[in-house]
Design a protein around this ligand. Structure first.
Ligand SMILES: [Ca+2]
Length: 317
């Protein structure tokens, strides 16, 4: 190798190194330096206002001892220029063994085996001008550590326009969602043990009476721009479905009247008729000329069993 080529090689290595450093700095935060930990278990510890000043503090969560239930908490601020850019992703390198993870008191995911985790965090759950609190409720089977390796927050380029996309913000019914149908008993939601993420999902339960066989959960309205393409996504789980389970995008004009989409009322996609575990379904729709708003609708029709929905997203493509 001549001296010239060797020098160019060093230069490009330096360049690649600088480039990856810049990307890391702009799009990823390593959550490190000021963790607190407490043995035992209380769901109130997910609340960011809960006083944890007497908890043991550790530079890294792996420094804390772990066995059985323990809670980890970490307060952080986000770069101001992340606001409006996208949703975030939380990556946990190693977790032993079960977890229920919260951001600012809202469930974002749970798992029941040891290993890594990747959880989506809607931007609407975050504070961009103040403190955020990450709380992990962890159950560790063998004495040792509960969390190991880096925990990182990464900025993504997609923003869900939906409020309360995982149904984790409850009032009497999930905030920003309404149920429609002929009989209120057809619809229910609960703190099911089998939700996809967090603690809550919505369900639609079929009944024998024909008049009660169609129902829907409808999102709050979201502003759209005619000509733009949007994507709706939801996770669906079904127990003994016999009819149609659909995800829909319905467009409305400024007066609140539904506008036709290519001769149909809504953009619609059937998510299947078989009993299944959580499965992702998505569909695309371009906002028609008169459209000012859209809603995502989760529909169950002629199903004898129960259909569950969780983790809905509506994004601009
Ligand atoms: Ca949920």
């Amino acid at each position: 190798m001549t001296k010239k080529i060797w020098f160019a090689g060093i230069l490009s290595l330096v360049f690649v190194g600088l480039l990856s450093f810049v990307v890391m700095a702009e799009g990823t935060i390593v959550l490190d330096g000021k963790w607190v930990f407490q043995f035992d278990d209380d769901l109130a510890w997910a609340d960011p206002d809960y006083d944890v000043s007497d908890w043991e503090s550790y530079a890294k969560p792996a420094d804390a001892p772990a066995l059985g239930f323990g809670w980890y908490r970490y307060d952080f601020e986000l770069p101001e220029d992340w606001e409006g850019k996208g949703d975030l992703e939380l990556n946990i390198a190693e977790l032993y063994d079960f977890d229920w993870t919260f951001i600012n008191g809202i469930g974002i995911g749970n798992g029941n085996r040891s290993g890594k985790r990747t959880y989506s965090i809607p931007a609407s759950y975050l504070n961009f001008d103040g403190k955020n609190t990450l709380a992990l409720r962890v159950y560790t089977i063998n004495p040792g550590i509960g969390l190991d390796g880096n925990m990182e927050l990464t900025l993504t380029d997609s923003v869900s326009l939906l409020k309360n996309p995982s149904f984790e913000v409850p009032v009497n019914t999930p905030a920003k969602w309404t149920a429609t149908g002929t009989d209120k008993n057809v619809f229910f939601w609960e703190e099911a043990a089998t939700v996809r993420t967090g603690f809550r999902a919505v369900g639609l339960k079929g009944t024998d009476a024909l008049a009660e066989k169609e129902g829907a959960w409808m999102s709050d309205i979201m502003l759209v721009t005619p000509g733009n393409e949007y994507r709706a996504q939801a996770y669906v789980k079904a127990e003994d479905p016999t009819g149609e389970t659909t995800i829909q995008i319905r467009f409305y004009n400024a007066d609140g009247d539904e506008v036709l989409y290519e001769n149909e009322r809504a953009v619609s996609r059937n998510l299947g008729r078989r009993t299944s575990d959580w499965t992702r379904g998505n569909l695309y729709g371009t906002a028609p000329e008169d459209a000012a708003y859209a809603r995502v609708c989760l529909v169950s029709k002629d199903n004898s069993g129960i259909v569950w929905f969780d983790d809905v997203a509506f994004t601009l493509e």
